[in-house]
Write a protein that binds this ligand. Structure first.
Ligand SMILES: [Zn+2]
Length: 272
């Protein structure tokens, strides 16, 4: 069996080898002199076991701890997805060392209930929690509605998104977010796809929707600018790895445009 792949995090930063290759992962963090606080097997890539590790210590020579967002364009997409899985499993573990009901220290749950934690005292069982969010490409004839959040990298515009609230269907979230953020009504909300999104613990559920009425009027706390764009004059877009970009590229292709030349932002950022 080929060597293991370690996704080692100190806080929210991942240990990577200095250099340019698309997969610059560390070897076993313990052999690099780091203290290992937690480790968990999270999957297999190219026949190699993948492990998530929470570590402590100074960065070894030739390595550095880097923000996952800054690795967005530089890591092979499958490695980026696995790194997202690693950070979510680690964060989940950090946040559930103690039972929320009785305060006792929790233990790993059953092998068959992956990533679960159980309280040995009161029996409470905890599973990793995801925060579903809706993301939507709104279109009107040949135009798409794009907006920028104050937290986005400079110059980048994207589709609208927001977290699902208790008691809502994801389609209701779509309609509410679009109404709240830009004052527009939508119809024909259609499922596009989904993407795990580790910033933090989200599952992005993507839709397209048609404009049904209303002029763009932004909610300034969430959106600093928004407008309708034709595919031949798009602003700077999110990186290719994001589902927002997949929707925009798909919209362009359906109108006979090659999205290959669109301008991308270096790092991906989305509120949440
Ligand atoms: Zn308990």
């Amino acid at each position: 069996m080929a060597s293991e792949l370690w996704f080692a995090f100190r806080g929210d930063r991942m240990l990577v080898r200095d250099g340019e290759e698309p997969a610059r992962l560390a070897g076993n963090p313990a052999s690099l002199g780091l203290d290992m606080l937690f480790e968990e097997e999270i999957g297999v890539l190219d026949g190699r076991r993948c492990l998530a590790a929470e570590v402590e210590g100074e960065e070894p020579a030739g390595f550095s701890f880097q923000d996952l967002r800054s690795l967005f364009g530089g890591l092979d997409e499958r490695y980026f997805v696995m790194a997202g899985r690693a950070t979510q499993v680690i964060t989940w573990n950090v946040m559930h060392r103690f039972c929320g009901r009785c305060g006792s220290r929790t233990e790993r749950g059953l092998e068959t209930e992956r990533f679960s934690r159980v309280c040995p005292k009161c029996g409470a069982l905890y599973f990793p929690r995801l925060n579903p969010a809706a993301i939507v490409l709104v279109h009107r004839a040949d135009e798409v509605l794009l907006a920028r959040s104050p937290q986005f990298p400079k110059g980048m515009y994207s589709t609208l998104a927001g977290f699902v609230e208790p008691g809502e269907t994801v389609e209701q979230t779509v309609a509410r977010e679009v109404r709240e953020e830009v004052g527009v009504e939508v119809k024909n909300i259609t499922y596009f796809g989904s993407q795990p999104w580790p910033f933090p613990n989200s599952l992005m559920v993507a839709f397209t929707a048609e404009w049904a009425g209303g002029e763009v009027s932004i909610e300034p706390l969430e959106v600093e600018d928004a407008g309708w764009y034709t595919v031949d004059e798009l602003p700077q877009l999110p990186p290719k790895i994001s589902i927002a970009r997949a929707m925009i590229d798909d919209f362009a292709r359906r109108r006979g445009f090659d999205p290959g030349d669109f301008q991308s932002s270096e790092s991906g950022s989305r509120k949440g």
